[in-house]
Design a protein around this ligand. Structure first.
Ligand SMILES: [Zn+2]
Ligand SMILES: [Zn+2]
Length: 164
């Protein structure tokens, strides 16, 4: 990454490093440039839609992404003050006022554990959750792309989880 005086931040296009694109135009550039490289499979950073990278660089990018601070903030917002069973779901739900007081403390914990890595990973949850929310604004063909990308991404996350 470099800066050109008076042009703000200039980013390298992930499809062609010769494309030096001002940060604010990158999103539009990527849409056009992607069509010229239909065979290039890139994964999109869940934190910033202008971050595209080859599959093998995905986990490294997630760890180093400069937008990661957003996730850290997000995590702090989501995390309740007390470590209650609700955190397992990752969603801050208001306690149902009519819930019977004799209900088990963590009724959904077991089923959730089947999906998650052995240790609950809030960062992983936040990253995935953020992306899933974005998917609602996509067109059908974008959705297809998105879910294909999600599948690859989950494989990468799983691989990563196994290594750690
Ligand atoms: Zn380009
Ligand atoms: Zn990123």
């Amino acid at each position: 990454m470099s800066t050109i005086p008076n042009f703000g931040r200039v980013l390298e296009c992930p499809f062609n490093r010769a494309h030096q694109i001002p940060e604010e135009r990158m999103q539009r550039h990527l849409i056009k440039c992607k069509k010229q490289y239909p065979k290039v499979k890139m994964l999109q950073c869940p934190l910033n839609s202008t971050h595209l990278m080859p599959t093998e660089e995905y986990m490294t990018h997630i760890q180093l992404c400069r937008d990661r601070s957003l996730v850290e903030t997000f995590r702090n917002v989501v995390k309740p003050a007390t470590n209650s069973g609700q955190l397992v779901q990752g969603v801050v739900q208001p306690t149902k006022p009519d819930a019977p007081s004799s209900a088990p403390l963590c009724p959904d914990e077991e089923s959730w554990d089947d999906m998650a890595a052995p240790a609950y990973n809030p960062t992983r949850y936040c990253i995935e959750n953020k992306v899933i929310r974005k998917a609602f604004h996509l067109t059908p063909s974008e959705k297809r792309d998105f879910y294909e990308q999600e599948r690859i991404r989950h494989e990468e996350l799983d691989k990563f989880a196994c290594k750690n």
